[in-house]
Design a binder for this molecule. Structure first.
Ligand SMILES: [Zn+2]
Ligand SMILES: [Zn+2]
Length: 1042
């Protein structure tokens, strides 16, 4: 367990919410005092904050984050001299830790922070059921459960007969993230976990919470090792068992996992015939029996929900429900058992789950037995009353499809967390104290007085949570704004009691239902309490970050500062800025004390620290800003026109990129347009090379096809194999051009190898590996479809080919074209083996378009070189240009980061529409693994995503080398560009609408904020491949020209 996890668990399970974080902050402050003098205090405070781990999806246990952190740490150490760089890297590290934690995405609305210290509310009615059977079919989606198969037979005959004759049914709406752990927590404990809980999905409980199982006398649970221990491992009054993880090998039919759970339960009943204690226990009241049925989930992942194996598993689940029912009826013979059958989440057509698509959120719910109402024929005026609303006004309005054949029977939809109070009520137990579920009254068969009591108990339990939260907030805030609508709650409670005593049950029920929804609103109010402040703070932070970056780029990578000041003056300025730092530190200290008094989360400190630090840095450059302003006033009008035009074009391109998140097809239009304009432009620029414009034109149009393809990639193995040969052809042509392009001015800087490769046969070996990998694609796929398994031999060969070929580019010749070709061929085998359809061709198309980009830049370079070289020589004479011979950035260089942004984003969108990682085709990893291991699978999927980015970044690095601009300066401009987009997405984040929209808006924001980090990470990775590239330097060229 690393430090971050310890802190997280301590932080959230603490009854007082955040007092532990005060300790951490004290640590921070102490370290700060130790570490630094006041002059560089801000910087070090940040450094110390860096060392803290914050709860976030990218922290504890997430893939690659440790590597990333280590890399950044090392860089921070290496940049000892450059204060500014060190600072930027520290900021970046904090950004990494916050990735995916938009302040109100997780902390304020989607998270239900658990408060402790509430008393359970014991209901005042006799329990209708002595025991409850909970059956959860993991990954069973509603439509596959209710609809008939192609022959018109229903797949779940037993449960249908229950729906028609003796129970109630509906659709239970799960909430994203639609993963197993949050789903089960919602059903059993009644609250929705923080989305970041997904990353903890396969670990034990980090936070203690109350559940229906907790409240029971005894719980019997059987099922998956990923689920059952979450609820039972710390529960003394439970009997549970789970199978070993190896059972979840998903290449075979997994329905035997369901049978396993049933067998365990059957054994238990059999054992009780000999074991008197067990028998006595089984006959007591308040028992919960939980069977977790994993088959549908495993089969859905492995074979997708349309497969016969998945659909057959629905039948298996139904038979198990029937057998459990028969077993219990025969064993107890008392009709005092209630049954609840549901699922934790659905399954998308691609065999994944996690996002807010209805195929993932809609799950079946069937309840019957003791205390459950009998079916009621549908009444039309009744319908509108039963629309389930949550505090965020999210509505479920899917009509019942006629083919379900359930039109005549009333359907009662619930939110997933409503199932917890339903189960508690059936057993007559207090609702779990952290539950936010509304008791679905339509399910229970009660007399009127009992109904009121049940609703009242549910209301009091939610109200207690609200009061506890309000109390915590009040004790911490300097200026507390209470939730006004609930100011007179005790009077309302008295009123309800009075109405019950005079037997006006209808009014009492209405009043307590109102009170309950007010209490839920109040909980929501406290979750969004600091919303406005955080919004402002973060916007300011982003704007400050951009201004700071621009200032930094202007200072370090342009000729501006030299124009402004004499050297001594610059030194003087640095000294003067000390006052600004002191002021900034004082201000931060003040804010820090305020936040400490308010017991704010550590996250707030970090937000404030970042924003204040950035603005302090900006203000400390006031001399430079002043000089910049004076300089601006001296400039001529055409300079401003150029500047404004550049800004407008940049924002326009970035806005197109923002829109492209909603509409992939935009890229098609973009590249159709760019293909034509760029080739016409080139045609006039380099009339002596007519082949280049045509190539640019064709490659852009080729790339434009892919964003028209369906986001869900259909299986097409022959296409993958064919694209292997396409890759070989491209490699061959590149090789030919490299050798035979001759000594022309245009090609010289691209093709010349400074020194020959040490391995002459390297190219042939790479071609061979690509061919071999496309053969393995067809071999292992055909074997898998025939035999339903992956040979170990195939698996080993695939790993070897992919791994070995990625090392080879390191040994290739260092000329620009030959190194890039080698990188292209080196990643091809891995990508082919991870491909299932047209995305394999996308790899070649992207590479061709990138080559077109390089050719375009080279053309501009060629034609402008003659004009530019005298100035650069002059500059060198003045000793202004630093030791390496990069030239300074100019306004027109803005096109490079912009083009990079476009390519980077199409590398995302070319092969799918990513609402979440879950929407990627999971079957693409089947050539590498067969055992269900989520982390390895996610790692492979992410790696597959990264490969196109690696190509883009290699091309980007090559271009900066080719035209000799500073890579880091360009990278800062890229960050600036992505910040413009991030701010836009930040304001697009919403917390109303369907789950799909909320989830997408948040993930867009998360993806955008992650992009900065991803780019940096990839720079670090690809630097290994690109650092040797040596295009002909300008010196040689100018010498030759002279
Ligand atoms: Zn699940
Ligand atoms: Zn699953």
């Amino acid at each position: 367990m690393n430090r971050g996890e310890v802190q997280y668990s301590a932080y959230t399970s603490n009854p007082l919410g955040s007092s532990i974080s005060v300790l951490n902050l004290a640590e921070v402050v102490n370290e700060k005092v130790d570490a630094s003098s006041i002059g560089m205090g801000g910087d070090s405070y940040l450094q110390v904050l860096c060392r803290q781990s914050f709860p976030g999806p990218l922290t504890s246990g997430s893939l690659g984050v440790k590597e990333l952190n280590r890399w950044i740490d090392e860089s921070i150490m290496n940049y000892r001299k450059g204060e500014i760089l060190r600072l930027l890297l520290s900021l970046l590290k904090i950004a990494c830790q916050y990735y995916g934690k938009p302040p109100f995405g997780s902390d304020a609305t989607l998270k239900t922070p658990i408060v402790h210290g509430m008393d359970p509310v014991t209901p005042r009615f006799t329990a209708p059921a002595k025991r409850l059977v909970l059956l959860i079919a993991d990954g069973l989606r509603a439509d596959k459960f209710f609809e008939p198969d192609s022959d018109g037979n229903y797949r779940a005959p037993f449960l249908r007969s229950v729906i028609k004759e003796r129970g109630r049914w509906g659709v239970s709406h799960a909430r994203p993230p639609t993963e197993s752990r949050p789903g089960h927590v919602a059903i059993i404990a009644g609250f929705y976990e923080d989305p970041s809980a997904v990353t903890k999905g396969w670990k034990a409980n980090p936070v203690e919470f109350d559940s229906v199982f907790n409240r029971s006398r005894h719980t019997f649970a059987f099922g998956s090792p990923d689920i059952v221990p979450i609820f039972c491992s710390a529960l003394p009054h439970s009997t549970w068992n789970s199978y070993p993880h190896e059972y979840e090998d998903f290449a075979t039919d997994a329905s035997f996992l369901d049978e396993w759970s049933l067998d365990q339960f059957q054994n238990l009943l059999n054992r009780s015939n000999e074991d008197a204690n067990l028998k006595q226990l089984l006959h007591q009241d308040n028992l919960v029996i939980f069977l977790h049925l994993l088959g549908c989930d495993s089969n859905g992942h492995a074979h997708r929900p349309y497969s016969s194996i998945y659909l057959n598993n629905v039948r298996v689940v139904d038979r198990i429900a029937e057998r459990v029912y028969d077993l219990i009826q025969n064993y107890f013979k008392d009709n005092l058992t209630a049954y609840v059958f549901t699922a934790d989440h659905g399954m998308s057509d691609k065999g994944s789950h996690g996002d807010g698509h209805p195929s993932n959120t809609d799950t079946p719910l069937v309840a019957w037995g003791a205390g459950v109402r009998y079916p009621v024929p549908v009444s039309h005026n009744h319908h509108s009353e039963n629309i389930v609303l949550f505090v965020d006004k999210h509505m479920h309005d899917m009509p019942t499809p006629p083919e379900w054949g359930l039109d005549g029977i009333e359907r009662l939809d619930v939110n997933q967390a409503d199932i917890a109070p339903l189960m508690s009520t059936l057993l007559g137990l207090p609702c779990p104290v952290n539950s936010v579920g509304n008791l679905p009254l339509g399910y229970v068969s009660f007399r009127e007085v009992e109904e009121v009591e049940a609703v009242l108990a549910n209301t009091r339990q939610i109200l207690n949570q609200f009061l506890r939260k309000s109390q915590l907030k009040e004790s911490n805030s300097l200026h507390f704004k209470p939730f006004k609508p609930l100011a007179n709650y005790s009077w309302v409670l008295d009123q309800i009691e009075y109405l019950i005593s005079v037997r006006d049950y209808e009014a009492a029920k209405n009043l307590s239902e109102n009170l309950r929804s007010l209490a839920l609103e109040g909980l929501h109010y406290f979750q969004t309490y600091d919303w406005l402040m955080l919004m402002t703070l973060i916007s300011l932070g982003y704007v400050g970050w951009m201004i700071y970056l621009i200032l930094h780029v202007l200072q370090s990578y342009t000729l501006l500062p030299v124009n402004f000041f004499e050297k001594e003056q610059v030194v003087n300025l640095r000294n003067n800025s000390g006052k600004v730092y002191v002021a900034g530190c004082l201000f931060m200290g003040l804010v820090c004390i305020l936040l400490l008094v308010e017991h704010s989360p550590l996250l707030y400190h970090a937000y404030f620290a970042m924003t204040i630090l950035l603005w302090t840095q900006i203000f400390s450059e006031y001399q430079f800003i002043k000089a910049l302003w004076r300089d601006m006033q001296r400039r001529e009008i055409h300079y401003f026109i150029k500047l404004i035009a550049t800004c407008i074009v940049s924002v326009f391109v970035l806005e197109i990129l923002v829109k492209s998140f909603m509409e992939r097809k935009l890229y098609t239009w973009c590249f159709l347009f760019v293909g034509v304009t760029a080739s016409i432009y080139l045609f006039y620029l380099i009339p002596w090379r007519s082949g280049v414009p045509i190539f640019v034109w064709l490659s852009c149009w080729f790339l434009s096809i892919f964003t028209l393809m369906p986001a869900e990639i259909p299986d097409n193995t022959p296409l993958v194999v064919a694209s292997g040969f396409l890759i070989i052809v491209i490699g061959g042509v590149a090789r030919y051009v490299n050798k035979h392009a001759g000594d022309s001015r245009y090609w010289l800087s691209l093709t010349r190898d400074m020194k020959k490769s040490k391995f002459p046969m390297l190219f042939q070996l790479q071609i061979l590996l690509v061919g071999f990998s496309s053969m393995m694609v067809s071999l292992s796929t055909s074997h898998r479809t025939e035999k339903q398994e992956l040979l170990v031999l195939h698996q080993v060969i695939n790993w070897l080919i992919a791994g070995f070929s990625m090392v080879l580019p390191l040994f290739s010749a260092v000329g620009l074209l030959s190194r890039l070709t080698s990188i292209f061929l080196g990643f091809a085998p891995a990508f082919l083996l991870l491909s299932i359809g047209y995305e394999a061709v996308f790899y070649s198309a992207l590479a061709l378009a990138l080559v077109a980009w390089i050719l375009f830049e080279n053309a501009i370079l060629c034609t402008s070189k003659v004009n530019r070289s005298p100035t650069s020589i002059n500059a060198m004479e003045d000793n202004i240009i630093v030791a390496h011979d990069d030239r300074q950035l100019q306004l027109s260089d803005m096109r490079i980061p912009l083009a990079f942004m476009v390519f980077f984003n199409i590398a995302f969108f070319g092969t799918g529409n990513f609402a979440s990682i879950a929407s990627f085709e999971i079957s693409s990893v089947y050539r590498f693994i067969t055992i269900f291991s989520p982390f390895l699978m996610a790692a492979l999927l992410i790696f597959k995503l990264l490969i196109p980015f690696i190509l883009v970044i290699c091309a980007f690095s090559a271009i900066t080398k080719l035209i000799q601009v500073p890579l880091l300066g360009c990278y800062f401009l890229v960050i600036c560009c992505s910040d413009v987009m991030t701010i836009h997405f930040f304001f697009l984040v919403r917390n109303t609408g369907s789950w799909m929209e909320i989830g997408n808006s948040i993930s867009h924001f998360g993806i955008m904020s992650a992009q900065v980090v991803f780019v940096l990470l990839l720079f670090a990775l690809t630097n290994v491949y690109t650092k040797d590239i040596q295009p002909r330097s300008r010196k040689q060229f100018t010498r030759k020209a002279m």
